[in-house]
Design a protein around this ligand. Structure first.
Ligand code: GLC
Length: 736
């Protein structure tokens, strides 16, 4: 349709039909029992199947057959034949499940994230899905919050680059093309900063922190072309995001020029009443509409009150028409007026879902997302003949439930045991079942207590792999936890096996950084496995046996203890920082009973190779010969001094040493993955631009002359540093 035809369609619609476009329900709400479970509370909302004509989009229908049926029924009843938009939570894969986003963040690989999103779009489009509610761009600093698993982590730059890559992967060049889906970035804004890490809790951050830390990733997704934005459940500055005019109108529409639909989160319009921000549904609808919410998900206050709001002059016809036109435009961009079913096809589902090609990609990306945290020369496993058996136990040793939350209804993947059997003879594996791990909701978040001679069963092994962690149901939405240690019997199992003289290789399955300091001394190696998706077991076996050299680097800090939280690398400076000179002083910023630093810092990860850094060089003047404007370049030599080929993630950090507002102790400003053969060296160069050194202050982006510390290294606490005084004119000089 042309824009003119869309406008003509809009002018022919009644107010009731416009309200329908602004409403999204799940199939069960209007009589279609899709197999996808609800992703929030069942408010009991039930409307007549014929009322399918009175909605504009469908939440979480997950198969072609249902989509085709619902779309067909709808088009029969809709006088304007406006097709339904089908939207769903495709967060880290659809049928082929990729690592949870927090693990994908550890890949430091936009290419991997883009590829995973591309495959997810192809698989979900075949099932009739037009829009995915991803990427989740919420910056996270508190592992007590269950949804850290959905985020790319604690850094604005890494989150921004991976969110942009997600959008590019989902949307391709043209969202109407086969295998493409529109991307809805969420949750706008700062949902990842709930007080206490408690789900749906208050977010109270300053405007400078909001703009410098929390907003960049949403902006990057929108700049990459994201077609929708979803509001958040939380308040910002004590105003719920769904009715927050500063967020939805001033920043999103006016500053960022975003002119596509904004959708509420699940019943978040109705929840304004619970927040105490609206006295009833009428006021909830009014405040959400006036702020800039276009589509109401899983509640019907728009439908119920639009006429009255108009009659009372609380909203205008123009506001409604603007919202509906944005929705019709998106449907048109997807080509739905010409083909309401787009890619939906049972045959396409069969051909694409969990194809060998997709699984191979999932296996490779999973291996790049795990992080080696400790290795006392016990990995890769020596599995040569005569090297004895390898013990294997722990609740995740043979469990197929390793996909992580938001796995689109898929339940199982390749277990670690299956993966190991694919790499080494099952005869070389001595597996002992330790019982299942319960979840917090099941009332027993532990494994059975190991009997005292459990370890003695491994009498034919000197090394035992223990696959432990947290139940995946205790992560994700509604998965906040105040205690982050491994369950008591899992810790007991690790200690027992260690005390029996075995070398323990801990493979850790979790949706968040856990509090593992108490068991680190008992482990000879620790591999953070997160929830790596369909090919988890095969990817872990590739890493454990050395087929693949670990290359993951932490996207989120691991605290020593939950009492440290929030602990994140790019924290702000204080007037009394702890340093070597004042380590004995009482009056410094620290804990009396715990280190200030995390157990494992952002950007940390080990390899089977040994990378050394040297020769940090800064070129303030002649760095960009031939380019139009100057910039600063910083370069370092990275050497692989081992004989094992490997991939290193070289990280550039910058500290603004003095500015008109307090700045973080350091900020990631670039990263580069380099592959080095054993014995090989490479010079890695970064361009430092004015934009990288600029920051928001009181709503405006600014650059200030001053001294900066340029840091390049293997992680956020191990860098080579040089100080440089930088003035604005340096970036304005023309270079021939
Ligand atoms: C959930 C989540 C959101 C999801 C939506 C639809 O409550 O907050 O991320 O996209 O509802 O399932």
């Amino acid at each position: 349709m042309t824009q003119k035809q869309l406008s003509q369609l809009l002018s022919s619609m009644t107010l009731e039909e416009k309200a329908a476009q602004m409403t999204q329900l799940a199939p069960v709400n209007f009589g279609f029992n899709c197999i996808t479970p609800l992703t929030g509370p069942d408010t009991g909302l039930r409307v007549h199947p014929k009322t399918a004509a009175s909605i504009g989009s469908v939440l979480n229908c997950d198969n072609a057959e249902d989509m085709i049926y619902i779309q067909t029924e709808h088009l029969k009843n809709d006088p304007h034949k406006i097709p339904l938009l089908f939207m769903a939570d495709i967060i880290h894969g659809f049928k082929t499940i990729f690592p949870i986003p927090l693990a994908l963040g550890c890949s430091f690989s936009p290419d991997s994230v883009r590829e995973a999103a591309r495959i997810a779009a192809e698989e979900s489009a075949a099932s009739g899905i037009h829009v995915t509610f991803a990427p989740m761009a919420d910056l996270v600093r508190d592992p007590r919050w269950g949804r850290v698993m959905e985020s790319f982590g604690e850094d604005p730059l890494l989150n921004s680059q991976l969110c942009a890559a997600s959008v590019e992967g989902y949307q391709g060049e043209d969202i109407s093309a086969p295998g493409c889906a529109a991307s809805c970035v969420k949750h706008f804004a700062a949902y990842g900063a709930p007080e206490g890490g408690r789900e749906y809790n208050t977010v109270d951050i300053s405007d400078n922190v909001l703009r410098n830390s929390y907003l960049p990733a949403y902006r990057a997704a929108i700049d990459a072309g994201a077609k929708m934005v979803m509001t958040a459940f939380n308040t910002v500055d004590l105003v719920p995001s769904t009715a927050n005019k500063k967020l939805l109108s001033d920043i999103l529409r006016t500053e960022w020029k975003f002119n596509s639909p904004v959708i509420s989160d699940y019943n978040s319009v109705g929840e304004l009443i619970e927040h105490g921000a609206a006295k009833d549904g009428y006021e909830a609808a009014e405040k959400s509409l006036v702020a800039g919410t276009d589509i109401e998900m899983m509640s019907t206050h728009f439908t119920n009150h639009l006429q009255e709001l108009l009659d009372n002059g609380a909203i205008t016809e123009q506001m409604i028409d603007d919202a509906v036109l944005r929705i019709l435009t998106l449907k048109n961009e997807l080509g739905l007026f010409e083909n309401p079913y787009k890619d939906a096809s049972a045959d396409a589902e069969t051909a694409l879902h969990l194809s060998e090609k997709n699984r191979a990609a999932a296996r490779r990306i999973a291996a790049g997302s795990a992080v080696l945290l400790k290795n006392d020369k016990v990995l890769p496993l020596n599995i040569s003949r005569g090297s004895g058996k390898i013990g294997l136990t722990g609740p995740f040793a043979a469990s197929p439930y390793i996909l992580g939350g938001w796995s689109a209804g898929i339940k199982t993947g390749v277990s670690l045991y299956e993966g190991l059997c694919g790499k080494i003879s099952p005869d070389a594996i001595h597996f002992e079942d330790c019982g299942d791990l319960g979840s917090c909701l099941s009332g027993n978040p532990d494994i059975p207590a190991p009997d005292k001679d459990f370890s003695a069963r491994f009498n034919d092994c000197d090394t035992v792999i223990i696959a432990a962690g947290e139940h995946q149901d205790d992560t994700g939405e509604g998965g906040s936890k105040a205690f982050l240690r491994l369950s008591p019997n899992q810790e007991l199992l690790i200690r027992q096996v260690h005390d029996a003289g075995k070398r323990v290789i801990l493979i850790l399955f979790s949706g968040r950084p856990l509090e593992i300091a108490p068991i680190v001394p008992y482990c000879s190696a620790i591999l953070q496995a997160w929830f790596l998706g369909t090919e988890s077991g095969n990817a872990l076996a590739d890493l454990i046996t050395g087929t693949i050299n670990p290359s993951g680097r932490l996207s989120m800090s691991f605290p020593y203890t939950a009492g440290q939280i929030p602990v994140y690398y790019n924290h702000f400076r204080t007037g009394r920082p702890l340093c070597s000179e004042n380590a004995d002083s009482r009056y410094v910023s620290r804990y009396l009973d715990c280190p200030s630093e995390p157990l494992y810092c952002f950007g940390y990860g080990l390899s089977y190779s040994d990378f050394q850094y040297s020769n940090l060089q800064i070129f303030p003047e002649d760095s960009a010969i031939g380019s139009l404007t100057a910039c600063i370049t910083a370069s370092v030599t990275v050497s692989n001094v081992s004989d094992t080929d490997g991939c290193e993630t070289v990280q550039l950090y910058i500290r603004d040493l003095s500015a008109s507002i307090v700045r973080p102790v350091m900020e990631l400003k670039g990263f580069s993955k380099v592959f080095l053969k054993g014995g090989e060296s490479q010079t890695v160069t970064f361009r430092i631009t004015k934009e990288m050194l600029s920051f928001y202050k009181d709503g405006r982006k600014t650059f200030e002359n001053g001294s900066f510390l340029i840091m390049i290294g293997r992680n956020s606490s191990d860098t080579l540093n040089k100080e440089l005084y930088i003035t604005e004119h340096l970036f304005e000089k023309e270079i021939s």
